[in-house]
Design a binder for this molecule. Sequence first.
Ligand code: KIV
Ligand code: ZN
Length: 523
Amino acid sequence: MSTTTRERVIIFDTTLRDGEQSPGISLDTGEKLEIAEQLARLGVDYIEAGFPIASQGDFEAVHAIASSVTGPVICGLSRTAHKDIDRCWEAIEPAPRRRIHTFIATSPTHMEHKLRMSPEQVLAEAASAVARARGYTEDVEFSPEDASRSDFDFMCDVLQAAVDNGAGTLNIPDTVGYATPVEWAERIRSIRERVSGDYVLSTHCHNDLGLAVANSLAAVQAGARQVECTVNGIGERAGNAAMEEIVMAIRTRPDTFSDVETSIRTEELARSSRMVSRLTGYPVQFNKAVVGRNAFAHEAGIHQHGVLNERTTYEIMDPSDVGQGESKIVLGKHSGRAAFKDTLSKLGMTIQGDALNAAFTRFKELADRKVQLTDADLEALVAEEMGDRVMATYSLISLEVRSGSTTTPSADLVIRVEGEECAVSATGDGMVDASCTAIKKATGIVGRLTDYNVMSVTGGVDALADVALSFESSDGVKVSGRGLAADVVEASARAFISALNKIARVRRTGEDPNAVDRPGHLG
Ligand code: KIV
Ligand code: ZN
């Protein structure tokens, strides 16, 4: 079917009403206006701006949105009491296009324990509320709260009364997130068969079993043409159906949702998500579909290799289509050589052959000990590796250190000296001193440290330590060394070994120490 013949699935956004009912969220009028403006940019069809009778603040926010936000229809929620409906109308009246959404529960448990009303009273309330609302506007929506646990026949009688009194939208809420997709689709289909008249069927699903999006999509397949949802899926308890997931499912699977489309400008989804998260204080989980920061990030080597060759190997959506920029290659312990090389080249570093192999091996060692490596970590690592590569007489194999308030600091070192493995132990004033003493023993080089500096490559407790030191041998050769590791003692040992490699080279080649002691280049 071509795009022009697709029917519109109305996106009814309730971030500012049901979403704001999330525990701990309280938005002021300014914040609600900011979100409403963004929802308009996003292209939602309806904004449910609040529940005007609930508080003066809610009333004012709905009124402010109705007075200034253009584009979407502005809707207010109302119970069936006439004073609620009158107040709702007062709040939304300034909007060029407005809707009253009225609701009453139809499940036995809600009627008995919450409303304390008989089914007959509930039916009469629904009919009268819709009629009252129609006195104000032609656009009236009715919801039988707790529809998934309502007696089907009774609920349909109430829905029929709502339509007969002028409701143009019947919204079927799974208030407690109890439904499952197949039965929900069946319920929606059966309502259409059972309730006569000209109305749009809508669905409003909660996420108590994690099925809100699945149930909403099943409803669309069964004929619903309005979906009530929120940005990031915020809402009562476990939340509502997440708008970004519904919209992208419909867009990404035109084969499955062949006869429908939405009006959403999907490139605004990520920005909307960030704004709602910032203003509500509700974080977006890293792996959240569509808008999570990892939704287009690849860490495993096989995946990275695939995505670098052809993005669609591991991505079913284009990140730029949802405002997430480009696919991200995240370097971590599962990453492969292709991603490592690609990241370095994006940082302007082209290394090949042995240097690349050595840098990649070091990267894997570090990545095993640190969750993620930053660009700064990589730059430091490659610079160190390039420095070492030219003159590696000595290389560190392993280092074990011990210290405590009552023990003498000591180090057990295994080092390769001109191809031979050599194990030495030493004690010192601290663990760094013990390690350097062990290195001196193994190499036979004597002299003194003239400068020693530790920096952290990035911030945070998991930052890499970058040690830079200067050393003067007993025969007067002055060199510097640099070492990088997740741990300060190991970084110090690496820096010391890199300095001693330069001494060894001067002794071997008779080279000018100043020529040897140049900073590692990235050639
Ligand atoms: O979950 C629900 O039942 C509601 C209604 C007011 C539609 O939010
Ligand atoms: Zn709800």
